[in-house]
Design a protein around this ligand. Sequence first.
Ligand code: 7PJ
Length: 260
Amino acid sequence: MGVINTTPDSFSDGGKFDTLDKAFAQAQQMIASGADILDVGGESTRPGSEAVDEKQELARTIPLIKAIRQLSDIPISIDTNKSAVMRAAVDAGANMINSIWALQLDDSLQVAVELNVPVCLMHMQGTPDTMQHNPDYQDVVKEVFDFLQGRIDAARAAGIASHNIIVDPGFGFGKTLEHNLLLLRSLPEFRKLGVQLLVGMSRKGMIGAILDKPADQRLYGSLSVAVMAAMLGADIVRVHDVAETVDALAMVRAVGQVAS
Ligand code: 7PJ
């Protein structure tokens, strides 16, 4: 799963087309590099980030989804917490909902049921603006597992089929470095939930903390954890560097397919 960022960077002062063009070019490149899914998001959820207004989020994501859909049949995921954005995105051609709030906000679960697309339910402790202040668990693996089990149950009860449910331990979302490493090592435990497993560690602080490198120098660290996650049972790996990760995961797959 390739991450398409539509949040304008500090260099382009609100030039909407500039941002859309860049995001579209990024999407084309990811498709050419072998991405299986594109994850389009219009709201930054990094630690300390603030919420984005709905109009702005729609303006950032919908034209891009339409443009990608004209070019390709690649599955498109919409990374959002707003049910209006979910509706508009699926209407524009998106095929999946990625919810860092695990569809707990407003009527998002009900809307996801109506839209009848796969959903990714992620664990987060706290909210994006405060989640890294003081992450606290007695037993992080058990607590994340139990939370995801509860959200799977809620999604099923609302009418979402198991094969359309994906879960994600939410690396970096209200977790210390230690919590993140423990969750990665314990990934096989999450297979017991019986649904598909997605992980996102690409360029995250957990890599920066170990390597002492800024986000633009975390490629090799990101590839290492992507390979580990795939070997430990992740079905979907959410990354920024698609071409590199596709090669790394092809090697994992080849080893996994050798007859014993
Ligand atoms: C994740 C995400 C993740 C899912 C972000 C970043 C922060 N969605 N959205 N899982 N991370 N499902 O990419 O650094 O880990 S935004």
